[in-house]
Design a protein around this ligand. Structure first.
Ligand SMILES: *Cc1c(COP(=O)(O)O)cnc(C)c1O
Length: 390
């Protein structure tokens, strides 16, 4: 089948929810190739998914081996891989139990249901989320998402969600009612333009939650799994949340999501309360275990912190030469470049010149490269940016 045949098929048979550009056919490490053989430096990593790089040999081997052993067995039976992953994730997060699912939205849904079940003991159900946040595209997560552009046309929204200003503790405090049960927040807003939370804001949220007996929940779907230089974004802030969601990079490209909670909340869900057919299959769990192993063995947390600092330094140097760069912000390898010009055309020009990134909002370029990037990749990316902004 030719490239244009494939595009025609897409146009005819795939719902037009996306507007794909190039066709990618292969990936290795920080590189991907399109159907004409052109190579790109991939600084978007499948939207913060391929943290161990494309087709990391350890992840590929784990998937191949498990696929040939037992791919799926339903959660009506034990499988020997899932609990090993649960133990790992528990130790990396809150020391409590894990619920497995397949996506970020589904992981957030699990947190919402868990918070509601917990709150149902005293009639509380409202969840406060932040403006400009992103939590997913299902009805509840789209309602939780604090951006009206994602909600338009899909009303009525799900009851029980309230939005407050990100990084504005007074605004959150004002949103608390007797029905409030939880606050959900990203440590670094991703889709909202790569905006890190202020330390005082997060500390204030924890104190507010303690005072009002609310659950503090973190959406770690984008900033988790090493992206920011720590395993999870919240770990930069010296607070302990009550629950968190993860997905994107957890399987290194294999779909898997999870919700992790504190020991106090570990038995809120009882048999029959929640489920997901594909949650934590042996195959998905094996992929995730290989990802966690690889991040540990290759020192990728440290690399993310170092390469993030190197890239941000280089971007700030570029800003002196190119006045269209207004601000450079981020944490580890989750980096936003705020432009004075629309970001979409710049994203397109970068792609033509062999660098993939994501335009976010109207004016922000988002860079979320694989955590395996080297100083050489960073230099290459800065060169392409320099040329493209001329
Ligand atoms: C991508 C994302 C989600 C949604 O994840 P899906 O796997 O697309 O459902 C939720 N929260 C954040 C912060 C995200 O970046």
């Amino acid at each position: 089948m030719t490239a244009s045949d494939s595009r025609n098929l897409h146009q005819q048979f795939v719902m037009p929810t996306y507007a794909p550009g190039i066709t990618l056919v292969r990936g290795a490490g920080v590189s991907v190739w399109d159907d004409t053989g052109k190579e790109y430096l991939d600084f978007m990593a499948g939207i913060a998914v391929c943290n161990t790089g494309h087709c990391h040999p350890a992840v590929v081997a784990a998937v191949q081996h498990q696929a040939a052993t037992l791919m799926h067995c339903s959660n009506l039976f034990h499988n020997p891989v899932q609990p090993r992953l649960a133990e790992r994730l528990s130790r990396l997060t809150l020391g409590g139990k894990i619920f497995f699912c397949n996506s970020g939205a589904e992981a957030n849904e699990a947190l919402f249901k868990l918070a509601r079940k917990w709150g149902s003991l005293d009639g509380r159900f409202e969840i406060i989320t932040m403006k400009n946040s992103f939590h997913g595209r299902t009805l509840a997560t789209m309602t939780a998402t604090g951006q009206t552009k994602y909600q338009k046309g899909f009303e009525p929204l799900v009851p029980g969600f309230v939005h407050a200003e990100f990084n504005d503790l007074d605004s959150v405090r004002a949103a608390v009612t007797p029905a409030t049960v939880a606050i959900l927040c990203e440590a670094v807003q991703g889709e909202g333009g790569v905006v890190p939370a202020d330390p005082a804001f997060i500390a204030g949220l924890r104190a507010l939650c303690d005072e009002k007996k609310l659950l503090l929940l973190f959406d770690e779907v984008q900033c988790g799994i090493g992206r920011t230089g720590n395993w999870f974004g919240f770990q930069h802030y010296g607070v302990r949340p009550d629950g968190l969601s993860m997905a994107k990079a957890l399987g290194g490209g294999f779909p898997i999501g999870a919700a992790a909670v504190s020991p106090e909340l570990s038995n809120v869900f009882q048999p029959g309360n929640h489920a997901s057919t594909f949650g934590g299959t042996p195959l998905a769990s094996a992929a995730a275990l290989a990802v966690l192993d690889t991040i540990e063995k290759e020192g990728l947390l440290d690399n993310a912190a170092k390469m993030g600092a190197l890239f941000m330094d280089g971007l700030r140097d570029l800003a002196r030469k190119h006045p269209c760069i207004q601000t450079v912000r981020g944490l580890g390898l989750m980096i936003g470049v705020v432009l004075s010009v629309p970001a979409k055309p710049v994203e397109a020009r970068l792609r033509e010149n062999g660098l993939l990134c994501i335009a976010t909002g109207d004016h922000v370029l988002r860079f979320v490269p694989p955590l395996v990037v080297t100083p050489g990749h960073i230099r290459q990316a800065l060169d392409i940016l320099d040329r493209s902004l001329d």
